[in-house]
Design a protein around this ligand. Structure first.
Ligand SMILES: Nc1ncnc2c1ncn2[C@@H]1O[C@H](COP(=O)(O)OP(=O)(O)OP(=O)(O)O)[C@@H](O)[C@H]1O
Ligand SMILES: [Mg+2]
Length: 356
């Protein structure tokens, strides 16, 4: 749901203020170190309860202060987040919630920055995270399934760690068999839906003809997983952790059979990762009706102006609320008659401006 208003208090270098946003397009311009990424970070935190820059929210507390406070008014709910050195409190519509996942389901948010490259060239765990984010939003049973799988895997690994052949391993294997097959089906199906969107709706961003996306499950799919569990039991005990399952899934992205990170340029890799993220946003919006919030930090890094313009054109027509930062926005004019809200950021002070 669109974020209408954000209040910032003692957050990084940003001056305490309340900002009103456009429900579609918001652009922040400012020099290095003015506070642009910090502003996107604050928006990310009111959407998901966590930062995209750090796992330690206390780093966001303004230096020499005790806490920060963020308050976001979305179209259909309100979120308050406070963080002291010791404690984080999340309030949704005035009620304290202990579960961050509740917040995540309210307001899907995606970040486009230099780290987005991890989707195409990062570790398999980053690719799994990319898939799971989407499934979390579009498949109502997925959050529970994912949690149950995590619990069963933890229990099995604890038994394997003792390196003894405990009959309880079979107990957890039975659950894991079911969870693995279901999650694997969801992930495989998700990738094919994502590819459809990429090829049919985002082909103006880049040419994907020679690119293949292959879902590779974390076990040999020509064999049954229950057979693998049985045959490889001693091996799993020897290693002391589970060797087969969706926790080892990967997505191979290649061009003419060569992994993309070894044959595409940085700019092409960035465009590919941005295209995948946008495809994901389209999918979530289409299947849940929720408009996604997209945070785009310094799009022009690693991209030429033609590529930046193409991406901006695609973003403009999405049913999403977009927050863009630029060091100098006049280099990349946003065309069209669409409403845009402009902000200038300087030494942590964010001010709306009338014209560019
Ligand atoms: N906890 C904090 N308290 C106060 N200032 C901080 C804190 N954390 C970071 N800063 C400072 O905030 C400033 C703004 O950082 P930010 O990354 O938001 O800048 P930016 O506008 O995105 O810059 P760039 O264009 O270089 O990416 C930096 O000078 C940084 O050192
Ligand atoms: Mg920045």
């Amino acid at each position: 749901m669109p974020l209408r208003q954000l209040s910032l208090n003692q957050f990084r270098n940003l001056s305490s203020t309340t900002l009103e946003f456009d429900s579609h397009l918001n652009i922040f311009e400012g020099k290095n170190a003015s506070g642009k990424t910090s502003l996107l970070e604050a928006i990310h935190i009111v959407c998901e309860g966590q930062s995209f820059r750090t796992h330690h929210l206390k780093q966001c507390i303004r230096h020499n202060q005790d806490d920060f406070l963020l308050f976001g008014k979305f179209s259909d709910h309100q979120v308050g987040i406070s963080k002291t050195q010791e404690q984080r409190i999340i309030k949704i519509n005035g009620q304290i919630t202990a579960r961050r996942s509740e917040l995540v389901l309210f307001s899907p948010v995606r970040m486009i920055n230099t780290d987005s490259l991890d989707i195409v060239m990062g570790k398999p765990s980053m690719k799994r995270e990319f898939i799971d984010w989407c499934l979390f939003h579009v498949e109502p049973s997925y959050p529970d399934l994912w949690k149950q799988h995590g619990h069963a895997l933890k229990q099995k690994n604890a038994l394997l760690k003792t390196k003894t052949d405990d009959h309880q391993i079979d107990y957890w294997n039975e659950y894991l068999l079911d969870y693995n097959l279901r999650i694997s089906r969801y992930r495989k199906d998700f990738l094919s839906r994502l590819k459809n969107i990429l090829f049919s709706e985002l082909n103006n961003l880049m040419d994907y003809e020679r690119i293949t996306f292959t879902y590779e499950p974390g076990w040999d799919i020509n064999k049954s997983l229950s057979d693998i569990y049985r045959i490889q039991r001693q091996r799993e005990i020897k290693y002391g952790y589970s060797l087969y399952g969706i926790h080892r899934d990967n997505i191979h992205i290649s061009q003419d059979g060569i992994p993309v990170q070894h044959c595409l340029s940085r700019g092409q890799l960035k465009k590919l990762s941005v295209a995948l993220l946008i495809a994901q946003v389209i999918l979530v919006n289409r299947e849940t009706g929720k408009p996604v919030i997209i945070l785009v930090d310094d799009l022009s890094s690693e991209l030429d102006s033609v590529s930046v313009s193409k991406i901006l054109e695609v973003l403009r027509i999405l049913n999403a609320q977009i927050f863009l930062t630029f060091i100098k926005y006049s280099d990349h004019p946003v065309k069209g008659d669409q409403e845009v809200k402009w902000f200038h950021v300087e030494h942590g002070i964010i001010k709306p401006v009338k014209n560019v």
